[in-house]
Write a protein that binds this ligand. Structure first.
Ligand code: ATP
Length: 366
């Protein structure tokens, strides 16, 4: 029986459990065995009890659960070749030669590297007498399939990542709570949201809550942003708004890449406009809690597709990443998706903001 491993890696995101559940159950439905790799790459490197065979019942009730029940970790050892050699040995000892990884761009890059090194790692292990030649022969190729789990929606070549809509929903709910108290006292709130280098959560929560102003990394505000923001906020106040909401992406910066801090925005609203202003950093509530319906659907459909991709993969085809583009579950080369993601970050670092935006828009257009 074919043995398929499934792992979550990098930052946790709601919907990861749904993805693990779908991979486990689809593997079993297709006559394969499923193995859960616990604690991300740490589980592969350490092996033993951290790689466990999973049954249909083991994942019962996982669809709605937040976080990741098989754990995740940052694993420096897997960045070293020695760590990856240990990981290869542990997989061979368990008879696993296919791995579905649910994680961010770092996790997927590591996985693809592991796949390309696999034949060399096996021959080293044979030479060192750690595995038998026949074991290496029967697991000649490693199949890798990536699924993107991230609240940030920061991966290229997919319209949505598993977790981003749960997080967006949570942010909207929190901003709605703040709205009520802000209106009561006619206050202003500066709300910092997650997303790292990606402004998707900030932009979409701004649209969903009717925020007055939003700061995004991809589209830094004009040089005289202080004046612009104050004039927009005071215009809205004159039109009768009793509250002000400004949303800042955690990676927001000005056109010189200087971070725009919530405290700076608060000072402007307080001192220049005389508004009673508070800062709320939403923090980890944005990651927690149950997966929303969209993430349950996405993780299930993608988990099913991931197992199909494992079973159809050829040694010569590049590792796929399971995406959703224009509402269709599709496969895209994992390496291309990571390269495009890195390219957007590079354009921003080089202050080529318009090109970065065009590239993000192009992804939607695809
Ligand atoms: P998130 O977007 O939530 O941060 P991520 O997958 O990008 O998720 P990373 O911390 O970059 O998170 O990667 C998770 C793990 O993947 C690392 O701890 C490491 O074990 C492995 N990894 C990342 N990059 C590489 C690489 N270039 N080579 C080998 N392993 C890697």
């Amino acid at each position: 029986k074919r043995r398929i491993g499934v792992m979550t890696s990098g930052g946790d995101a709601p919907g990861m459990n749904g993805a693990v559940r779908a991979v486990v159950r689809m593997s079993i439905a297709k006559g394969c065995e499923a193995y859960g790799v616990y604690e991300g790459y740490e589980g592969l490197v350490q092996g033993g009890d951290l790689i466990k065979k999973m049954s249909w019942d083991d994942v019962r009730g996982w669809l709605s659960e937040g976080g990741t029940l098989i754990g995740t970790a940052r694993c420096p050892a897997f960045r070293e070749r020695d760590g990856r050699r240990k990981a290869a040995k542990n997989m061979i000892m368990k008879g696993i030669d296919a791995l579905v990884i649910i994680g961010g761009d770092g996790s997927l890059t590591g996985a693809d590297k592991f796949r390309s090194e696999w034949p060399e790692l096996l021959s080293e292990l044979v030479k060192q007498g750690e595995i038998r030649k026949e074991q290496a022969e029967s697991h000649k190729h490693l199949n890798i399939v990536g699924m993107v789990g991230s609240i940030d929606n920061d991966m290229s070549l997919t319209d949505a990542t598993i977790g981003c809509y749960s997080s967006l929903g949570r942010i909207c709910q929190m901003v709605d709570y703040i709205d009520a108290t802000a209106s009561s006292h006619q206050r202003a709130f500066v709300i910092e949201v997650m997303g790292r280098h990606c402004g998707w959560l900030a932009l979409m929560s701004g649209v969903s809550t009717g925020a007055d102003f939003v700061f995004l990394p991809e589209r830094p505000p004009p040089v005289e942003w202080e004046k612009q923001m104050c004039s927009i906020v005071s215009k809205h106040r004159k039109l009768g708004k009793r509250k002000t909401i400004v949303i800042i992406a955690e990676g927001a910066h000005d056109r010189q890449l200087k971070p725009i801090k919530a405290s700076r925005v608060k000072d402007l609203l307080s001192n220049d406009l005389g508004l009673d202003t508070r800062i709320t950093t939403l923090g980890h509530v944005q990651r927690g809690g149950n997966a929303c319906a969209y993430d349950r659907i996405l993780s299930t459909l993608q988990g099913v597709e991931a197992v199909k991709a494992v079973l159809e993969s050829e040694p010569s085809t590049p590792s796929p990443m399971i995406s959703i583009i224009e509402n269709k579950i599709v496969r895209r080369p994992l390496v291309e998706a990571v390269a495009a993601t890195n390219k957007v970050a590079e354009l921003i670092e080089n202050k080529k903001f318009e090109e970065a935006i065009t590239m993000r828009d192009a992804e939607f257009a695809e």
